[in-house]
Design a protein around this ligand. Structure first.
Ligand code: BTN
Length: 245
């Protein structure tokens, strides 16, 4: 079993920004974690706020061409690894909110930020940043998406270090399987079995127009199948906003 290549900080601006800055000197599959981020970043230029020492905050780097080119799959695959670890370690059944959030009881417990790194306009790396609410008990009231944590679900403190090790191992194992097995589809099965958005209505941009559509399923190519006036459309993540009806 290969060892985990990990760097840990007590405090840093952002684990994903650290990887970006040190891209050239870091090896494929390096994990960077931190007990606190002073400038944690979320999707759509939002901040990712997490109290010191109470959460799991990390990013990992992929440099292999074959993997980088399949980034849509890797976003769902990362969610699958979080789901699997929550189930194995705490018997928690979570839901997948396409394209890459994990929800429990209609509240967000984890978010993923996928970023590319490029050199002279050629993508040469993928940085996957993951935030999981672990022991944090209180969250700001004005969050766009209400939040929860593992502690809130199981009613006891979690050993973040142990949880991290199991999750890193699951990520390495599932990503390696995905790389090696041509017919690997575990992440797509998971995305549909635990599809938080199934049958829900959300706004999507269709032919340049904002429309209220119904979610049908996640396709094998990781796009989202939706229904509008009886007609099916397949959407990519940039074409959809999540304002439930
Ligand atoms: C989201 O908006 O849901 C994505 C949040 C991603 C947060 C993680 S925490 C570790 C890594 N470093 C960051 O600055 N962001 C990601």
């Amino acid at each position: 079993m290969s060892s985990i290549n990990e760097i840990h900080f007590d405090e840093i601006d952002s684990t994903s920004s650290y990887i970006k800055r040190n891209f050239d000197s870091l090896k494929d599959f390096t994990f960077v974690s931190s007990s606190f981020q002073s400038a944690g970043r979320g999707r759509q230029k939002r901040k990712w706020l997490a109290r010191k020492g109470e959460n799991l905050l990390f990013s990992f780097l992929l440099k292999e061409d074959k993997m980088i080119n399949r980034y849509c799959d890797l976003s769902i695959l990362s969610s699958y690894c979080i789901y699997k670890t929550l189930l194995e370690r705490f018997s928690i059944s979570s839901m997948f909110k396409w394209p890459n959030d994990i929800y429990i009881d209609s509240k967000k417990i984890s978010g993923i930020l996928l970023e590319t790194h490029d050199n002279l306009n050629v993508i040469d790396g993928l940085i996957i940043g993951i935030g999981i609410n672990v022991n944090q008990n209180e969250f700001e009231d004005d969050l766009i998406f209400p939040a929860t944590s593992i502690k809130k679900i199981i009613n006891s403190d979690v050993n973040i270090e142990k949880f991290k090790k199991v999750l890193f191992r699951n990520i390495i194992d599932e990503f390696t399987r995905f790389d090696k097995e041509d017919d690997y589809k575990e992440h797509i099965y998971f995305a549909n079995d635990c599809n938080y958005l199934k049958n829900k209505k959300v706004y999507a941009i269709i032919s340049g127009k904002k429309e209220l559509v119904e979610i049908v399923k996640i396709n094998d190519d990781c796009s989202l199948k939706v229904l509008l006036n009886g007609k099916e459309y397949n959407l990519l993540s940039g074409e959809i906003t999540f304002h439930h009806e």
